[in-house]
Design a protein around this ligand. Structure first.
Ligand SMILES: Nc1ncnc2c1ncn2[C@@H]1O[C@H](COP(=O)(O)OP(=O)(O)OP(=O)(O)O)[C@@H](O)[C@H]1O
Length: 244
């Protein structure tokens, strides 16, 4: 049975006079593959930044696996099982691909160096980056950089993975490959929250979709329910920046 893994309650975030999250309540069950959508500026990345410890909240609480986690630093949360990707990949360009997998904080303290290397090489193999292990990360293509970030997220065996717009600028073949991996992680029990403007990917991959608009959840339902919700349609049509 699915248990409640992430429980967000009354979450508030303000930037000066702007309320980016307006008392957001959301629970995510262990093993879910959840889509998080909404027009530009609706608060998606802010939510993810708070859950992963990069931003402080102005109110509310977050429990992960029944323990309060608000105020924990990103590296602590990573060790507790919260993995994430960034809109712009954060790889170390001057290090090799393998070194990127092994940088401090990413290789679990319980593993020896050789175990960590074996694990890293296995993950690189899964993502077809094994033959590039000893190349500098600066020589990777944009798409390979995305795959390296995917591989790196898995180094700490996360329980939940937060993916922020992973398909931006990715060609269709690579996108399919990434879809397969997201499904594979999810099949192996990893909870996933996927932020994307790519509705095809969201509706294809996710069982449940949460829609944000101006810091409020305006819809929480199946892809079908989301697609047919007038409030969701309104939010996107009223979005002058236009979501792709
Ligand atoms: N560090 C910050 N300082 C000031 N304002 C911010 C900051 N981060 C986000 N905001 C504001 O908070 C609101 C929510 O932004 P957020 O990035 O969470 O939206 P989003 O839904 O992820 O948008 P996008 O789809 O464009 O990435 C926006 O109005 C944004 O300008």
């Amino acid at each position: 049975m699915m248990h409640e893994q992430l429980d967000i309650s009354g979450l508030v975030k303000r930037f000066g006079g702007l309320t980016a999250l307006n008392s957001v309540d959301m629970t995510v069950g262990s093993g879910e593959l959840l889509g998080l959508i909404g027009p530009n500026g609706s608060g998606k990345t802010t939510l993810l930044n708070i859950v992963s410890g990069y931003y402080k909240a102005d109110g509310g609480s977050i429990n992960f696996e029944r323990r309060p986690v608000l105020g924990h630093a990103p590296h602590q949360l990573a060790r507790q099982g919260i993995g994430r990707s960034f809109q712009v990949t954060k790889i170390f360009r001057r290090l090799t691909v393998l070194q990127n997998m092994l940088v401090a904080g990413l290789s679990d303290g319980a593993q020896s160096q050789s175990e960590a290397t074996d694990r890293a090489m296995g993950l690189l193999r899964d993502l077809k980056l094994e033959r590039l292990a000893h190349e500098r990360a600066s020589s990777l293509s944009g798409g390979q950089g995305k795959l390296l970030e995917f591989a790196r997220i898995m180094m700490l065996s996360p329980k939940i993975v937060l993916l922020d717009e992973p398909f931006g600028g990715v060609h269709p073949e690579l996108k399919r490959f990434m879809h397969d991996h997201i499904r594979k992680w999810n099949d192996s029990g990893v909870t996933i929250i996927l932020i994307s403007h790519d509705m095809g990917s969201i509706f294809d991959l996710c069982q449940r979709v949460v829609t944000l608009s101006y810091g409020d959840i305006i819809c929480d339902g199946t892809p079908e329910e989301t697609r047919n919700d007038p409030a969701v349609l309104d939010a996107y049509l009223g979005d002058h920046h236009g979501a792709a």
